[in-house]
Structure formats: C-alpha cells, structure tokens
Design a protein around this ligand. Structure first.
Ligand code: NAD
Ligand code: TYD
Length: 341
C-alpha cells in the first residue's frame, strides 16, 4: 500500500513515518509537508535512504501540489495542521486555512480516484472541556479554542464526504501526545527543556488543569492498526487513561531532570483554558484490539532521555523564531508571576 502522509515532518507524523516503515514492510510512504515553524526535515533524516520513502515540500491548501503528491496513493493520513492552542488564540487565520480548507483540498483530490482510506487525525479537544466522566465518540462536539474549533470543522467536513460521496473516511481523536521530536512549545517538551536549561517553568492559572497523556508510540501503533482494520465512517478515541494535573506533570519533570522546584512559576491563565479532557476508549479496544502499553512514568523517562540526548535539536529551535514567540507569549506573564498557585 502507498500512503500519503501529510504533516509527516512534525511531531506525531515523523514518529508515525518511522514506525510505519519499520513495522509495515509492504507500505510505501510519501510525506507532504509545508515545513512551517513546527515541521523539520531533519525529523525524518534517518528515513531518507529508505527506497520506500519520499519527501515532498508542499502545502495541503495547494491543489496542484496535493494532486501531484497523491498520485498513485491508496491512502491518506492527514496529520498536517496548525496545532498549538496558544498560537490559535493570538491569530486563528492559519488554523482555519490549514485545519479546515486544507482538509477540503485533500478530500477533493482524494475522491477523484478509487482509494482505500482517508484517515483524518483529529483531537479530543473537539469535545471541549469535560469536567466529569469520559467522552464517547457519539458525544456532541463543543470545541472552545480556535484550534479545537478548526479541528472540529476539519473532521466534520471529512465525515460529510463519507455520507455525501461515500469517500472512505476514518477519524481519530487522540488525547495529548508526548514523546521524542515534539516542538518545545507544548507543555512537556517546554518544561523538560526549560528545566534542563535552569529556566522558569510557567504553569498557567492554578496548575490544576488535567490532561490524559498518551505516549506518541502508542498513538502511532493505534493508527497503524486502524489503517489495517477500520471500517469506513468510523470515529475512534485514542487515549491512555493516564490523567494528571499540570502540577503533577511538572513535579515528575522536576524529579526526572533533577531541576530545582524554585523554577516553577504560576502565570496568568490561558483565555478559555479547558479544565479537563478525558476519553472513553472502549470502541478502539473492542473493535481494533488496541490498548496503550506505556505508563506515564515510563513514557516521561523515555521522553526526557531523548531530549537529554538531542540537545542540539532543541537548542537550534529555541534560538530561532521560537525566542520571539516565547518573549511575546511569556515575557510579561513571567514578570508578573507567582511562586505558588
Ligand atoms: P506538529 O505541529 O508537530 O506538526 C504539524 C506538521 O504539519 C508540521 O510538520 C507542519 O510543517 C505541517 N503543516 C502545517 N501546515 C501545513 C500545511 N498547510 N501543509 C502541509 N503541511 C503543513 O503537530 P503534531 O503534534 O504532530 O500533530 C499532528 C496532528 O495530530 C495534528 O493534526 C493535530 O491536530 C493532531 N493531534 C495532536 C495531538 C498532540 O498532542 N500533539 C493530540 C491529538 C491530535
Ligand atoms: P499544551 O501542551 O499546550 O496542550 P493542550 O493545550 O493542547 O492540551 O498544554 C497542556 C496543558 O498545559 C494545558 O492545560 C495548558 C498547560 N500549559 C501550561 O500550564 N504552561 C505552558 O507553558 C503550556 C505550553 C501549557
């Protein structure tokens, strides 16, 4: 099978490409990626010599680039997206463009030929904040950030192509991923790398927001199993049931890195900050036979080990565009920060 993997130079996409080539000898992969600030060709460097792997730099909103990249592909896995909630609060334009319009362009190219699967990578954030219980796939969507709303738009559009044109669409909604190659704007890689540099760890609000943490390799294994087994028209939650407050995550990072607790700063909260996400994963367990295998402790140790061993990767990122972003996002808030929540 030949797969088009969009956004394959980002965090989850590059982990997926690596695992797919390693474990699926009959698969060939074309990665189409715009290489935005979050995408890095070097995330795929070790795959370059594999004859089953091809990289194309291009935008999923560009009809010509998409139709050329999709030529001869049986399946599309769409990871390409703008993904950071805080950036979407600052400016939602690129989110609506890539996460909604980009999906439309992909779907239009996809349906020009008979193909096997369009896998739209969505997120648990489409359910909105879940104060109690767990979200099931049939729950009403209630996204609350421009990022989550754009992702909801993308997956709804994809599903509409299944009901309208019979395009074989499957949607996944994973919880927060963490692991190697994650751009250090997200909580876990930001705090690990700041801790390793002896810099402040900026916790939003009271630090008691909760997320269900999924090790990226568990997510990628789920996606490979879904590509092999899923019926079209399905939506699957993917979560590990490893729920932690941000304070707990921070304590674990301090322990693993040996950094000083005085680095923790409580800063002004994110507007509209979702308190909690939690997923019911019975459907994927029962229909696909997948279960997360990595505990949070083990996954965090592996992740910290990767950042320890790949300092040049993240130091290069943190000295570029990131520095400006960090100053505008955190500068004033850190000046007005508190040492307890
Ligand atoms: P990421 O930000 O690390 O990577 C996104 C990739 O998409 C980058 O390589 C970027 O260059 C590329 N891209 C962006 N706009 C593009 C465009 N217009 N055309 C082509 N490529 C473009 O993101 P990630 O964390 O790897 O997330 C991948 C997918 O998984 C996203 O769809 C995201 O919504 C979803 N998701 C992520 C998480 C998580 O915790 N990271 C959880 C659930 C779902
Ligand atoms: P993030 O990694 O941005 O993922 P998402 O918002 O998509 O879940 O944030 C995870 C949690 O960590 C979320 O509750 C916000 C919080 N957070 C902080 O407290 N400080 C930070 O600097 C960041 C980036 C996130």
């Amino acid at each position: 099978m030949r797969l088009l993997v969009t956004g394959g130079a980002g965090f989850i996409g590059s982990n997926f490409a690596r695992m797919a080539l390693k474990t699926m000898p009959d698969w060939e992969l074309t990665v189409l990626d715009k290489l935005t600030y979050a995408g890095r060709k070097e995330n795929l460097e070790d795959l370059d010599s594999d004859p089953r792997f091809k990289f194309i730099r291009g935008d999923i909103c560009d009809e010509k680039a998409v139709s050329e990249a999709m030529e001869g592909c049986d399946a599309v896995v769409n990871f390409a997206a703008e993904t950071h909630v805080d950036r979407s609060i600052d400016d939602s334009a690129s989110f609506v463009r890539t996460d909604v319009e980009g999906v439309r362009v992909l779907l239009e190219a996809f349906r020009k030929e008979e193909r096997q699967l369009f896998l739209q990578i969505s997120t648990d954030e489409v359910y909105g904040s879940v104060e109690k219980g767990n979200s099931v796939e049939t729950d009403q969507l209630a996204p609350r950030s421009p990022y989550a709303a754009s992702k909801a738009g993308g997956e709804l559009l994809a599903m509409s192509y299944w009901t309208t044109y019979g395009v074989p669409v499957t949607v996944t909604r994973a919880s927060n991923n963490y692991g190697p190659f994650q751009y250090p704007e997200k909580l876990i890689p930001l705090f690990i790398t700041n801790a390793m540099n002896g810099e402040p760890l900026p916790l939003y609000g009271d630090g008691l927001n909760r997320r269900d943490w999924l090790f990226v390799e568990d997510n990628c294994r789920a996606l490979i199993m879904i590509i092999e087994k899923s019926e079209p028209g399905r939506i699957y939650n993917i979560g590990a049931g490893q729920e932690h407050t941000n304070r707990e995550v921070t304590s674990s990072i301090l322990e693993i890195t040996g950094a000083d607790r005085n680095l923790v700063r409580y800063i002004e909260d994110r507007p509209g900050h979702d308190r909690r996400y939690a997923l019911n994963v019975s459907l994927i367990e029962n229909e696909i036979g997948w279960k997360a295998e990595t505990s949070f402790e083990e996954g965090l140790r592996k992740t910290a080990g990767w950042y320890r061993g790949n300092r040049t990767w993240w130091q290069k990122i943190k000295s570029g565009e990131f520095r400006e972003y960090y100053l505008s996002m955190y500068g004033d808030r850190l000046t007005n920060s508190r040492e307890s929540g």
